[in-house]
Design a protein around this ligand. Sequence first.
Ligand code: HEC
Ligand code: HEC
Ligand code: HEC
Ligand code: HEC
Length: 162
Amino acid sequence: MIMKYLMLICLVAFLGIGNLAAQDFEYVGAKKCKMCHNKPATGAQYDKWAESPHAKAMESLNAEEAKDPKCLKCHSTVGGVDASLVATLKMEEGVSCESCHGPGSKYFPNAIMKSREKSMENGLILPTEKVCKTCHNAESPHFKGFNYKEYVAKIAHPVPAA
Ligand code: HEC
Ligand code: HEC
Ligand code: HEC
Ligand code: HEC
């Protein structure tokens, strides 16, 4: 009897942990980042992104192309990720913050963001050339080549040095 009870506890604990591990990071959209990353003093990352070709990537597609998964996979963050992980991110956002920085549902709270280590444990990515090349490659019908140094300078949105 006690044995059976212990096994039940073990099973519940096991399932509990299993559930936790199955909880994936979800995509929340750029508006969630805007509340903390749009002050001029710290670099106005949101406005810089909003003016960039990435935020406007859906505008390059006509009505038909805007429904074509073959184009959407690179022209919108939503089109390139597992639909079950899309929380509040919108297709119209085009290539949004989370295409490069990873899905933000777990790292965006301030207490986590304040620590780079904790943020990275919760899904934050500090992107390298490899991330860019998931889209900037010859599969793109308009591929113009990709020079990382040149391209990353064009979309720079640093926190200004104090
Ligand atoms: C509640 C406020 C808050 C929100 C919301 C938020 N951040 Fe942050 N973020 C911070 C703070 C604080 C830092 C620490 C560095 C700093 O002071 O700028 C930071 C740092 C970062 C960094 C730099 C990390 C490093 O160590 O170099 C990135 C990249 C970043 N955030 C991306 C995002 C993205 C993408 C979102 C939206 C999904 C987001 N943040 C939402 C507050 C926030
Ligand atoms: C593998 C990723 C990828 C796919 C798939 C893709 N694109 Fe693009 N597209 C890009 C990138 C990256 C650029 C920016 C051009 C560059 O710098 O190489 C771009 C640019 C464009 C432009 C702007 C033209 C220009 O000269 O800058 C148009 C229009 C466009 N794509 C339409 C489409 C359409 C329509 C489809 C679907 C048939 C599509 N793309 C599929 C990645 C992709
Ligand atoms: C999810 C796909 C995706 C990722 C990841 C991505 N890009 Fe892009 N990028 C695009 C698309 C699509 C366009 C074209 C937007 C348009 O004009 O329609 C583009 C355009 C650009 C442009 C403008 C090119 C031009 O012709 O003027 C630059 C610069 C750029 N990307 C840099 C980068 C860098 C640097 C990275 C990595 C840090 C990166 N991109 C990651 C999809 C992506
Ligand atoms: C096309 C890819 C791409 C997109 C889209 C993008 N970023 Fe970044 N971001 C980068 C790269 C590359 C860096 C530089 C990383 C490094 O220095 O290691 C960076 C750096 C940052 C930093 C740290 C800056 C610093 O100086 O410490 C913050 C904060 C940030 N991004 C926030 C955002 C937010 C918020 C959005 C959306 C509104 C966004 N990013 C959209 C690629 C991107």
